[in-house]
Ligand binder design. Sequence first.
Ligand code: SF4
Length: 397
Amino acid sequence: MPAARVVAVAPDSPAASTGIRPGDEILTLNGEAVRDVIRYQLQADEPVVELELRRGGLEQLAVVEKPAGTPLGLELDSPVFDRVQTCDNHCPFCFIHQLPKGMRRSLYLQDDDYRLSFLYGNFTTLTRFTESDLERVLNEHLSPLYVSIHATDPDVRSRLLRNRRGATSLRWLAALLDAGVEVHGQVVVCPGINDGDVLDDTLLGVLDRYPQLATVGVVPLGVSDYTSEPEMREHSTEIAGDVVDTVERWQRRFQGAVGRRLVFAADEYYVLAGRPFPVAGDYEGFPQHENGIGMARAFEADVRAALAGEATAGVGPRAGFFAWVDGAPADGYRAPRGGKSPSRAATSNGTVTPTAIVTGQYGAQVLAPLLPLLRAASPAPLRLVPVRNQFSAATSR
Ligand code: SF4
């Protein structure tokens, strides 16, 4: 039976007053074996919550009474208590297959689990999706979800996923959309396979068959030194420019057909193509911010607002479901971000410490135009230090 391990109990919470302790394992909630934090949340919202616990190998019962909707005050060790659904694909562009050996285990997890899609915004290919999954998504209103499309042509899609089921699994996308679920799609572009005419055909397929999609993000594949796929190659400047042109052409077409841009190119494309990012308004609320789409413009807007002493737009990161779920750490499962502003470079004794902003090569291209503004606001000399990724990036980069 799956069990959720308690890692922290909020002081003065209903759970604390019932004597629940870190290390306890929750076996059932109101008689239901809890599979994941989604089911946990539904049961934990009840005014009376009966918990079957295991402590030191012994099982015991705890009953919590509280107003309906009040959190129990527990932090749990994982969002999924049964097994995470792993993928049955063998995508040649898979970034996990391109990792060096010996890194932490969680990096090698090839999840394809609609629950993690709902919880974190992970993309799922739907190749292992079932009728009962659909039923659960609809019954529990698990929306939005994020789906990897890659190509709407069945042959190209199954080739990209290296899975026969890839040819048919987009029927689940149609079923989700028909049922009113909000779905965001993604196309990972592999030059020579699904760019050019195939990308055109994919976006035509979206317009024809899936126009209810909330958005489609078009992102480039990553190629590391550790790839064993000779077919996989990086984007040239020219190919990146072609993708941007295709996406912007389709934005105009989607605007005419469905009244919104619907498709967006990743920031990386604009960097690769040496083109300016679209203006912030063109991102229509930054719905794929966490997928690297509009991040540069949102960041720029936040920096300008912060330097002007105005409230920032607060576009990202989006914690989504975890912003409120009981069972997640206070900051959700994402690392809290933030940090010291340049003005903190001045120490208490009045001396200023030169400051370096250490960033990746793409990040440097986003930050460089903001440097004059940051320098004007900083009491300390400020410099940008782009760092080349020698750990996993292709040697040609
Ligand atoms: S579906 Fe995702 S995790 Fe699975 S092989 Fe493809 S890229 Fe890798």
